[in-house]
Design a binder for this molecule. Sequence first.
Ligand SMILES: [Zn+2]
Length: 351
Amino acid sequence: MYANGGGDKSSLLLCPDCQNKLELAKQRANFKAWRCNNRHCPNRKRELAKLNSSQYQEYLKRPSQFKLRYIYREYAFKIRQIAPQSSAQSRVDLSRIQASPQVLGLILSYCVNYGISAAKTAALMYDIHGIKISKQTILNYAQAVAANIRPFLDNYPYQLSSQLVGDETYLRVKGKWHYLFYFYDVNKKIILADYVTPKRTTESACIAIYQVLKKYQVIPENLRFTVDDNPIYRVARLYYAHQEGINFDLNIVKGLTNETDVAKEYRPAKQTIERLNRSLKANYRPMGGFKSASGSITYVTLYSLCHNFLRPHQSLGYHPPVEVPELTGLTRMPDKWLRLIKLAQEQLPTA
Ligand SMILES: [Zn+2]
């Protein structure tokens, strides 16, 4: 009767409650669900006892609607194999940029801080500053800077709280919708994950959560993610608990970014994600979508850098979420960008 038969390692899976062999209940592209089918399993009896009388009547009519049995999910991927090492790739060597540092600082300030498109920035550079530079050159510079500073963004020793909020928003890439998986620290307002992908899957959620977890020196015991009710987050939590031994709580809030009346304790998370999404959208709208996947990754990377290190936040007393000591005393945004690039390059491993 055992669906898994003999031989493969899966047949070793046992129910932690009754030690019965688990049976294959579901097979999907990225996971298998193994179930304890023992009617007398303590797990099933416990879950059955939790039902109230109307739920129990419903259960008698439609038992398959109720998940009372122990389920183990086995995933067909390992996070370390699927998580991209560096999501921003460069075609331009920053050291070979022809423009002066001042020009580079101005371009980044216009494009990223003010959300001005590359074409309009090119016009602005000519009309206001008398500097001739093409739209394509601006895009190349942005890409080179993003690729150079990405490790700084990923590896900075952030001081983090344990309260996180995550959400997916949409970006237009080559006429198609891509998903941007965002995770923020609710208290520190720091962007911890900014994963762009065409796939809204459990793997994508796992990769975004991986970007978050990598930023903790020690993963806090009370780590808590507030997310919307997309089931991919529930599956991702099970993946980390079962396969990586990392546990975190999940707060499921329906309509996290819609007009809903959420419980008081979720309100700060909701407000954080709404404010951050709003400012990203306002900034990215003039771009009118991206011509390539790397273009969107470049933009999102520069946006995260600007958000975490450069842009003052009202809720933080007009300080940026992360105050880098090397930037103190600088008042002009172009100068702050250049100092950030210098810092990032100093921290690059010399190969
Ligand atoms: Zn069992």
